[in-house]
Ligand binder design. Structure first.
Ligand code: A3P
Length: 273
């Protein structure tokens, strides 16, 4: 038996695997990876690095399986995971509620138009040769030529009010925190401050942790967890977007406007899109 196992050096002996007390539930391409990596700097947070997809895909494996994925945490530390797909899957709110009524939920939201283009850019990078954005975004048929296809996933995910409604059937609004995706880029410390407040944590992640990397065009970490070198997110985060015709962008802005207004009403927050 290695000596370390015999004596359990350090405080690790007290650490256990627990179900998460907080979950980043969405949205895809909102900035969820950045938020998770930033929150990880906090000593009172233990975060699962990969997306578990428990509540949407692997629910049949049971809560003990889910718990076994979690990093070990000390008493007083908060366990966090992120799976952006949860926000848009019908089963997730009820299942998460069945796990815990008190779990804190975080959603990073971003202008649904840029989010859609970001989503499409990712699809193209994974499947080269897919049809153009312009082809996919409008429904087929001559009479409906400029009808936005709200069932196309890059469009459908951005219908935030529709998805949020399902969460509000299970959780009170104050248990859901919305991170402003654009501000997470322009002022990460401010957004992180709000998240730490929401989670009931001391404000430890501050502007001292970030610098703006001009080459990347995004905030990066001066010293990520367990390293002394500066660190930006990978190449698949913050990549150049597909070039979309301005008229199509304009049409999408019109399409989303009533949905956005409804979302602002529901959350009591104007995101300014
Ligand atoms: P783009 O690649 O379209 O710019 P997610 O992690 O949820 O998939 O979100 C990816 C998006 O996070 C990126 O989309 C980028 O805009 C945004 N983002 C926010 N903060 C970032 C940061 N510090 N570094 C890189 N990307 C960041």
């Amino acid at each position: 038996v290695p000596v370390t196992q015999m004596y359990n050096f350090g405080k690790d002996w007290a650490a256990t695997r627990r179900l998460p007390q907080a979950i980043i539930i969405g949205v895809k391409k909102g900035g969820t990876r950045a938020l998770l990596e930033f929150l990880r700097l906090h000593p009172d947070i233990r975060a699962l690095g990969s997306e578990s997809h428990f509540f949407d895909r692997h629910y049949a494996l049971g809560l003990n399986w889910y718990r076994s994925l979690m990093p070990k945490a000390l008493e007083g530390q908060m366990v966090l995971e992120k799976t952006p797909r949860y926000f848009v899957t019908v089963e997730s709110p009820g299942r998460i509620h069945a796990m815990s009524q008190d779990v804190k939920l975080i959603v990073v939201v971003r202008d649904p138009v840029t989010r859609a283009v970001s989503d499409y850019t990712q699809i193209v990078s994974k499947t080269p040769g897919v049809p153009s954005f312009e082809t996919l975004v409008f429904r087929n048929g001559t009479d409906e030529e400029f009808q936005v296809d709200n069932l196309w996933s890059p469009i459908w995910i951005g219908l935030y009010a529709v998805h949020l409604e399902r969460w509000l059937a299970y959780f009170p609004l104050h248990q859901i925190h919305f991170v402003h995706g654009e501000k997470l880029v322009s002022d990460p410390a401010e957004e992180l401050g709000r998240v730490q407040d929401f989670l009931g944590l001391q404000k430890i992640v501050t502007d001292k942790h970030f610098y703006f990397n001009k080459t990347k065009g995004f905030p990066c970490l001066k010293k990520p967890e367990g390293s002394s070198k500066p660190h930006c997110l990978g190449r698949n985060k913050g990549r150049p977007h597909a070039d979309i015709h301005p008229q199509v962008i304009h049409r999408l802005q019109q399409f989303y406007q009533p949905h956005n207004l409804r979302f602002y009403q529901m959350t009591g927050q104007d995101f300014g899109w």
